[in-house]
Design a protein around this ligand. Sequence first.
Ligand code: PBG
Length: 326
Amino acid sequence: MAFPRHRPRRLRTTPAMRRLVAQTSLEPRHLILPMFVADGIDEPRPINSMPGVVQHTRDSLRRAAADAVAAGVGGLMLFGVPLDEDKDATGSVGVDPDGILNVALRDLAKDLGDSTVLMADTCLDEFTDHGHCGVLDAHGRVDNDATNLRYVELAVAQADSGAHVVGPSGMMDGQVAAIRDGLDAAGHTDVAILAYSAKFASAFYGPFREAVSSSLTGDRRTYQQDAGNIREAVREIELDIDEGADMVMVKPAMSYLDVVRAAAEISPVPVAAYQISGEYSMISAAAANGWIDLQTAALESLVGIRRAGADLILTYWAADVAGWLA
Ligand code: PBG
C-alpha cells in the first residue's frame, strides 16, 4: 500500500503546531467597538434584539469605553440616540455641540485622550424625525447635495468634540470630498475619514433600528446599494479613495466577503468591514438556543472577515473578543 506523500494533517497535529502555521491573525487591535449613547436615560437601556448590547448613559458609556480600551480594542465608533422630541427634519441635534453624540465625544476625548482612536458615525438618520440619512426635498426624496452640506457641519461638530475619525455612512455622492474640504477649512486637517464606501441596503440592519430608536418608515434603497452589485461597489470604493478617504469600509460583512476581497485587492488605504447588528443577533440567537457555541462561532466569523481581506473590523463583540483572546 502506498503511503500518501503529502500529509497536510501533519501541520494540524497539536495546538502549538496549528498556532505556528495559522495564516490569518485576529487581534484586539483590529477591532472597533460600536457603542450607543442615549439622551435622557438614567440606566443603560438593553437592546432586546442585540443581547448584551445597550444604549448607554453618559456615565455607563465612559466606564464601558474605558474597559474596552483597557482590554485592547483598536478603536471606538460612537452613535448618538437623541430624545424623540429633539429630532427634526434636518437633524439639528447632531450638529448641536450640546447634542448627545457631541457631548459624549467630549467625555471620551477627555477620559481617553489619544490612548484610543475615537470615531463617530457621521450620518443624519439618528437625528432626523423622518429617520432618513439625509435631508428631504419638496418631493420627500433624499436631497444629495443639501445633505452633503449638513454632513460637513456634522463632521466639523464631531471633530470639534474630539473625534479622531469621522465615519460618513449615508452613501451620498461626493460626501467624502465635501467632508474633507469642510474639515480642512475648519482646521481639522488631522481628522481622518473612514468612508462607508460600499454600503448595501440590507435586511441585517434590522436590530440597529431598535438600537438607535430609529424613526424610519420605508427603506434606504435610493442611496444604499443593491446586494448583487459588486462592480458598483468597486466604483464607490474608487471614488471615495479619489475623494480623499483615509480608510474605506464594506458593510455588511458576512454576506459581502467577496466585496471585502475586491476592496482589499484595489485599495491603497486600510479596508474595514462592519459586522453589523443582524450578523451579531443571528449568531447570538442561535447560541442562546444552544444551537451553536457563541465564542467559537463569533471568532470564526471574524477570522473569515479578516481572511477575506479586512484590515479592521467593526464588531459588537470587540471587547468580548479582546477578553477571549487574552
Ligand atoms: C447609518 C448607519 C446604520 C448602521 C450604521 N450606520 C444603519 C443604516 O444604514 O440603516 C447599521 C449598523 C448595524 O446594523 O449594526 N447611520
